[in-house]
Design a protein around this ligand. Structure first.
Ligand SMILES: *Cc1c(COP(=O)(O)O)cnc(C)c1O
Length: 371
């Protein structure tokens, strides 16, 4: 039986579904209190089905992703919740968007025409939300006359599309803050369109996790009735760390990365020899702090994607010094000075941020364990 290999369990990503469920319910309840339904955005955890099931069980009205392959997997898993494609689809994706998704966000007339054609061929009514760019400068109509014109065309001429509403996105590229005044601009756009089509829109979608601030503060413009929330549920870090919000009712440790110690030794802190470039071609600076205890982990940039700043050791006294493709180097001298230590075979735990969550959930090298 040579050549057969079964992974022994590390590195491993432990996902606490109870904590995830708590976060979904808490955010959903807060939103419902202000008349807002959430679309659970699953791209941050690569649409892992056990996670998506929690969104579905909690009664989210939509499950949303920027990636069609994730939404297809959700559909094939038997989850019945309406699916929403939240990256404006490309022309080549139109057929699959109509086949897999109930809703999509859109900003281009040619794509809407193609969606309409595909929906006619598949004998479906596909719901679209038109995106307004109100300053963040990623997706969406900048020219609001153009947006109105396209809305009228969808409403009047595209029989297999339903104009479900309008939406916007802030705080992604342009770092624009989701203030109440900013989001009111979206409501004004919606009402202008409503005046022209002579009916109310089903959906006014006021952004992502950063718009949750308005829910917490109770000053979300009244007519906004949908938010698309990923980070604020999966990690629940950004609003606390970047905006100072009290998010204590949410768990920010749904995800735990566990990695195995494969070497522990006292070594100099400054490399010994002529200093050139590191494994990635970078010129590095090394501080000489004398001899210090180091631990080496069987985990590398291949697994977590590149930046050691994005891994957050749970235990005090551990500092990440660096990483190459398959190794991560820890300075554990502070831990030793406090009477602690690590030995070969121990497991070190980390919290994640958004980027490491994306990489680790996406990686086949990482075993996923659900508790
Ligand atoms: C990723 C994304 C979201 C969710 O963002 P979070 O910050 O994770 O809540 C919402 N809308 C769109 C269009 C997105 O691409």
């Amino acid at each position: 039986m040579s050549g057969i290999y079964r992974k022994r369990g590390h590195p491993r990503l432990v996902i606490d579904l109870f904590k995830l469920k708590n976060n979904i319910n808490k955010v959903q309840n807060r939103c419902r209190d202000c008349g807002v339904e959430i679309a659970g955005v699953i791209k941050g955890c690569t649409g892992l089905i056990p996670c998506v099931e929690q969104f579905a069980k909690a009664g989210c009205r939509w499950i949303a992703s920027s990636r069609l392959e994730q939404l297809a997997r959700v559909r094939n898993s038997g989850i019945q919740t309406d699916l929403m494609m939240i990256r404006v689809p490309g022309l080549s994706e139109a057929e699959d968007v109509v086949r897999i998704c109930d809703y999509s966000l859109n900003s281009e007339l040619v794509v809407l025409e193609e969606l309409n054609r595909q929906a006619r061929e598949q004998d479906k009514l596909h719901k679209v939300i038109l995106m307004a760019d109100i300053g963040d400068l990623r997706e969406g109509f900048w020219d609001k006359e153009e947006m109105l014109r396209v809305a009228m065309m969808v409403e009047k001429d595209m029989k297999n599309l339903e104009l479900a509403g309008v939406g916007t996105n802030v705080g992604c590229y342009g770092s624009v803050v989701a203030t109440s005044e900013k989001l009111q601009e979206l409501v004004d756009i919606a009402e202008d369109i409503e005046n022209h089509i002579g009916r109310e829109l089903e959906i006014i979608s006021g952004g992502a996790t950063t718009s949750l601030m308005r829910v917490w503060d109770g000053d979300l413009p009244e007519r906004i009735n949908m938010l698309r929330v990923g980070e604020g549920i999966l990690l629940a870090r950004d609003l606390k760390e970047y905006f100072g919000y009290d998010m204590d009712e949410l768990f920010s440790d749904v995800f735990t990365l566990r990695a195995e110690v494969i070497e522990v030794k006292d070594k100099p802190s400054h490399p010994v020899g002529e200093i050139g470039i590191d494994a990635f071609g970078h010129q590095m600076e090394y501080e000489d702090r004398g001899i210090r205890r180091r631990a080496l982990l069987a985990l590398g940039k291949v697994d977590f994607g590149g930046s050691i700043d994005e891994l957050l050791p749970r235990m005090d006294g551990i500092e990440i010094l660096g990483a190459s493709s398959d190794h991560t180097i820890l300075d554990i001298q502070d831990l030793v000075d406090r009477g602690g230590d690590l030995k070969v075979g121990d497991v070190v735990e980390f919290d994640l941020n958004y980027a490491t969550m994306v990489y680790l959930t996406n990686s086949d090298n990482i075993e996923k364990a659900y508790i």
